[in-house]
Ligand binder design. Structure first.
Ligand code: GLC
Length: 797
């Protein structure tokens, strides 16, 4: 069953069955202001932080699902009938009203045809240059498609937040009396009286015919957003109050002749009536059109940096549009703004951010670099990373921090620098490939010498930071000489403490290989020799201790018991250790082939690869929280998406293109558009996990958009399957594809030039390059060009 379809020309996903069983979400915003919205216009927006600077309120995990939102209502002023432009909240019978939602890149359109009125609401956040306050625009069009004149009212409605998620959700004894509503110069204002100079507004590009600023007045007692009294009656009450729950509701009356169309803009943002006025001047309709066009161009330009044309339609759709889009959203907004993470945490997860920033430096170079600098600053002088931290801790505060009237002690900065007991063994290791991939992309090796402070004390060059990270990991060895698991490794639920993690050992080897590549390129011979020796020792320890006969162990508990062995009844085979052993080139090719065959045999499902199998059912705290997670869910035997691309990389490293594609296809969201009754999630974004075989809801996907699987899927598919990888001084094109493919083409921007790549596969191999021609000349390497367009022909064989 499907609820929508892909409109590739428009780069939109079109939901034409709006009664989907779950919210199908999208993100607005590309800079400081962001919003997450459902296909029914439910959702919320924020400025800078969804935790402590939210603009609109959201009632998460509730019924009705994902209310309230950024709503527009229409009312027929002849007969009093009313409806919303998104199907919810009014929920008109779908036999009477026709609804469609189009999710595009950074915007969503909600359209409705009902009773001879065709109307739409486009939500988007224009890009701002020069530090102007960002604003969300509701672009509303209403057309009379009937044959007689119509008297209609349009209402824009939002519920304002008390600014901080905790104040929205708990202890109302002060917040309810410290936030007020005003109506000035045609703008509905929410005043955050307890904070210096803090306002939010809903305004329009029209003179309103009515307004409400008090939520209870607009909605009415025993009513909800489905049937707000203000809309039902057709008259808003003009309410404002010092205190209460502020909302913004604005009414505009229209009279439209047959075929006549009206257009109205609503502006939602932060600031007082002066700012609202400035925004009105900034965005008259013409400028709004321009801003919308610029937003589309901005995304178009990003996507244009790599466009592929393969025989696989859904792979093209994913790599050319949705997979990159999702990866960008992760880099832009990190993890803590969604319908799942509703903003109760702020800042950056160390490992997640590092991986996000590693995967798309070609499309988002500035933001990736910003993220890297933040992470480098969030690294301690001992070398480990702060697992979750807010870069703002290290920035100078522009505005005095908000002090709640309820005394909550301000945490001391020193306390935020956690110690070893809270350290995850993998966090800072991701930094190394992330930094190096960014330099391979930009060619700017001076970044290695940039000086950045450590979180606790002192400072060092980026090079020094990377060495500290390696030093830390090489110093944390357990009884078998393998790296310790500490509080957790990549798997949050594997909590081995002093036990050992095979995955971290392999990741360390991989990180070291990146470092050695950079050291060799820069001629830093001493470092190269020193870290190669340490890596070789680690490889020896892994080979000695971790091979289980047909696959790799996942590690050891603190008391020395193996995890992930053929002797175990639960958690026999694990994705992380087996894929990473291959990626790190820690074992032999034979071991690689064998262990990936085990992955295929034990972990493959038609919806992707499970993280481990069979799931743990016996609680065993020496392995960790994983044994307290239900079988088939999350880290315990679900199809956890994030490690799936690791298996694609591993298979490509083993030259098995068909196998990599089999795994790729199983997870690819676009392949699951017609099975929404099983998937129950967006078919245009990877989800954090899909229920595994050991769960009754096998195949159900959860937690869209904000997941590291996106960046990794993009990274694995473009760099390993299609094989287009920047190196320090050349571009590699070394595909690993199904033998049936005749080839593919790609356009890749790199360091100021455009590479027009065509790969042909006359011998129908899965891997191997027998000839390369650049601009017609036979060559063995594809050089760095700094400008122009260059034809690259790669012949496989
Ligand atoms: C979540 C976390 C990520 C972790 C993964 C596996 O996605 O955000 O940091 O690696 O779970 O536990």
């Amino acid at each position: 069953m499907r609820y929508g379809y892909f409109d590739d020309a428009a780069r939109e996903y079109v939901i034409d069955r709006v009664n989907a069983p779950v919210s199908l979400t999208n993100y607005l915003g590309t800079q400081r202001m962001g919003a997450v919205v459902s296909h029914n216009a439910g959702g919320y927006c924020w400025l800078d932080s969804p935790q402590y600077h939210r603009i609109t309120r959201f009632r998460p995990n509730g019924v009705p699902m994902d209310w309230p939102g950024h709503y527009v209502y229409l009312r027929d002023d002849e007969d009093g009938d009313y409806w919303s432009l998104s199907w919810q909240p009014t929920g008109k019978p779908l036999e009477e009203a026709r609804y469609v939602c189009r999710h595009g890149l950074g915007y969503s359109v909600f359209a409705c045809d009902y009773k001879g009125v065709s109307a739409s609401q486009t939500l988007f956040i224009p890009r701002e240059e020069g530090g102007r306050t960002p604003v969300e625009i509701f672009d509303v069009r209403v057309k009379n498609t009937s044959d007689h004149p119509r008297r209609l009212s349009v209402y824009g409605y939002v519920e304002f937040s008390f600014h901080h998620i905790d104040m929205d959700n708990q202890n109302f004894q002060m917040s309810l009396y410290a936030t007020g509503s005003h109506y000035r110069k045609g703008a509905a204002l929410c005043e955050l009286h307890y904070e210096a100079d803090s306002w939010q507004f809903l305004a329009g590009d029209f003179e309103p015919d009515g307004h409400d600023g008090v939520r209870e007045a607009f909605i009415g007692p025993y009513h909800t957003e489905r049937d707000p009294l203000g809309v039902q009656r057709g008259v808003l009450s003009g309410s404002t109050e010092l205190g209460g729950n502020p909302c913004g509701a604005l009414q505009k009356k229209l009279t439209l002749g047959p075929g006549e169309e009206a257009r109205l803009l609503f502006y939602l943002g932060t600031g007082n009536e002066e700012v609202a006025e400035e925004v009105r001047r900034r965005y008259p309709q013409k400028q709004a059109d321009l801003a919308f066009e610029q937003l589309r161009q901005w995304w178009g330009e990003k996507l244009g940096r790599l466009q592929v044309s393969t025989p696989h339609e859904n792979m093209n759709r994913s790599l050319n549009i949705w997979n990159l889009y999702q990866s960008e959203i992760n880099v832009l907004f990190s993890r803590f703004s969604s319908f799942i993470e509703v903003g109760g945490r702020t800042g950056l997860g160390y490992r997640d951010t590092a991986q996000d920033a590693m995967c798309i430096p070609h499309a988002e170079p500035d933001m990736c670099e910003t993220r890297l600098r933040q992470l480098l600053h969030g690294q301690t002088s001992m070398g480990y990373g702060l697992h979750l931290f807010d870069p703002a801790w290290f920035e100078e505060q522009k505005k005095p921090a908000f002090k709640s009237p309820t005394v909550v002690p301000t945490p001391d900065k020193a306390q935020m620098i956690h110690g070893l007991k809270d350290t995850c063994a993998d966090d800072a290791l991701w930094l190394i490939p992330a930094v190096i991939e960014n330099v391979r992309e930009s060619g700017d090796v001076s970044f290695f010498d940039a000086v950045i402070p450590f979180a606790d004390q002192g400072e060092g060059t980026v090079w020094e930071h990377m060495k500290r990270s390696l030093d830390f990991s090489y110093s944390q060895l357990g009884q078998h000489g393998v790296t310790k698991g500490l509080r957790a490794d990549w798997n949050d639920c594997l909590n081995l403490g002093g036990g050992e993690s095979a995955m971290v050992a392999f990741l360390l080897i991989w990180a070291t290989r990146h470092f050695l590549d950079a050291a060799a390129f820069l001629g830093r011979r001493e470092d190269e020799a020193a870290y190669r020796a340490r890596m070789d020792e680690m490889i020896a320890a892994c080979r000695r201790e971790l091979w289980d006969g047909a696959w790799w162990l996942r590690g050891f508990t603190a008391d020395g018991r193996p995890i992930g062995s053929h002797t175990a009844a639960e958690g026999k085979v694990h994705m992380e250790s087996n894929t990473w052993a291959v990626i790190a080139m820690a074992g032999t090719r034979e071991q690689g082939l064998k262990c990936m065959d085990a992955v295929d045999e034990y972990l493959y499902t038609p919806y992707g690869l499970m993280l481990n199998a069979p799931s743990f059912v016996t609680v065993d705290d020496s392995v960790g929280f994983v044994s307290r997670v239900y079988p088939g869910v999350k880290e315990n035997g679900s199809i956890f998406s994030h490690p799936n691309p690791w298996a694609w990389v591993a298979e490509c490293m083993l030259s098995r293109g068909s196998r990599a594609m089999k795994f790729y296809d199983a997870l690819l969201p676009e392949n699951q558009n017609d099975m929404m009754e099983i998937r129950q999630a967006e078919p245009y974004t990877y989800c954090q996990f899909i229920m595994g075989r050991d769960h009754t809801a096998f195949g159900r996907a959860r937690h869209p958009f904000m997941t590291g699987s996106s960046g990794w899927a993009y990274f694995a598919a473009t760099r390993y399957m299609l094989g287009i990888r920047p190196a320090f001084d050349h571009l590699t094109v070394d595909p690993c594809i199904p033998a049936a493919w005749d080839g593919f083409t790609a356009r890749r921007s790199w360091r100021g030039a455009v590479y027009d790549i065509s790969v042909s596969n006359p011998d129908h191999v899965e891997k191997g390059v027998k000839a390369i021609r650049v601009d017609g000349e036979e060559t063995s390497v594809i050089p760095v060009f700094t400008d122009g367009e260059h034809k690259v022909e790669v012949i496989m064989g």
